[in-house]
Design a protein around this ligand. Structure first.
Ligand code: MTE
Length: 326
């Protein structure tokens, strides 16, 4: 992200190893089907077997639809969502997390909720998955680096979890910590200036906003490790770095917490980091963005204030100078 690098090769021009082997196995399978007769297989099983996602990702999740989903946008492919990532614990190049995150131990997994709450609780991941119906929520995902995707996430509003823990009135912010272990995430040393674990934070009203998603999956299946398995935060009106991956702790606090990129360069990565085409990053414009996976001539598009979610979130910032609190 965030560190000057030569321009990335457009992900549309990269064929990953997984995609390549998938392609081969699909071809082999389809040849077999042609020989034996597809009618012998149920339509659903057939779709599952030929889906490029089936061999890559985890378990299917039972989901319900959501009125908060974004409609009318072409979804970014599973291949791009899972092979063009920022997850610095696993390396700084976009393809590194897909290559290196296989060893992330996603079971057993616990999320500790503590700090200024009446009920400090530790949730096992399997209990979290059952806490509330899992919704399909497609959101635009806008990185501070001026690229974007459209991702069909699976999860439920973070507020459902927060309610269980009953924050005290003195709790003004919530801080998230990602999993960190030098043995598992040895690539993290590549950027030795970052203080691990990765940390992010939201104001209480932002955390309670129904759009803020406690996220367990994408494309109807459990999250691939490189996208923040087994549970991450997604805040669609903010730049992507506010959405901490693989979280193990949520702490309710009275003061604005320290957060990873804000600590690194406060003039470049504000605590709020609401998507805002009127506030440029000191080193590049935020007026437009590049939609990953589209043909080159269709990629460039205008960045929307609050990433297009202003109707749901703008009132939280009424009266604030968004140039000062960027
Ligand atoms: N969370 C952790 N733990 N480590 C990271 O490096 N990168 C952030 C965010 N969450 C990051 C993280 C950034 S910069 C972005 S843009 C998004 O994750 C990327 O999410 P994606 O790879 O699923 O698109």
């Amino acid at each position: 992200m965030l560190i000057g690098k030569p321009p990335d090769i457009p992900s549309s021009q990269i064929t990953s190893r997984d995609a390549y082997f998938n392609y081969l196995s699909r071809r082999r399978f389809l040849k077999g089907v042609a020989a034996t007769g597809a009618a012998a297989l149920g339509a659903e099983r057939l779709a599952e077997l030929v889906s490029p996602r089936a061999a890559l990702a985890g378990t299917k999740l039972q989901t319900v639809s959501s009125p908060l989903t974004t409609t009318g946008e072409q979804l970014t492919s599973f291949e791009d969502i899972t092979h063009y990532n920022n997850f610095y614990e696993f390396g700084v190049d976009k393809g590194d997390p897909a290559k290196n995150a296989g060893g992330l131990p996603t079971r057993p997994w616990a999320v500790k909720v503590d700090g200024l709450v009446q009920k400090p609780l530790t949730f096992d991941i399997d209990d979290l998955l059952k806490l509330h119906p899992l919704e399909n929520r497609t959101y635009r995902h806008r990185c501070v680096e001026a690229w974007s995707m459209v991702i069909p996430w699976v999860g439920y509003s973070l507020s459902e979890l927060i309610k269980q823990c009953q924050p005290l009135s003195t709790a003004k912010y919530v801080q998230f910590h990602s999993y960190f272990n030098w043995h598992v995430e040895k690539w993290a040393t590549e950027d030795a200036t970052i203080m691990w674990p990765y940390s992010e934070g939201l104001r209480m009203d932002e955390a309670m906003n129904p759009l803020t998603l406690l996220t367990f999956g994408l494309y109807g299946e459990t999250l691939p490790n490189q996208d923040g398995a087994p549970v991450r935060i997604v805040v669609p009106w903010k730049y992507g770095f506010k959405s901490a991956k693989s979280i193990v702790e949520m702490k309710f606090v009275a003061k604005q917490p320290d957060t990873t990129w804000n600590d690194q360069a406060p003039n470049e990565y504000g605590f709020y980091s609401n998507v805002n085409p009127n506030v440029d990053h000191p080193r590049w414009s935020q007026k437009t963005e590049r939609r990953i996976g589209l043909p080159f001539y269709e990629q460039r598009r205008t960045t929307l204030m609050f990433n297009g979610y202003g109707d749901q979130v703008a009132s939280m910032y009424a009266g604030m100078d968004l140039k000062k609190y960027y």
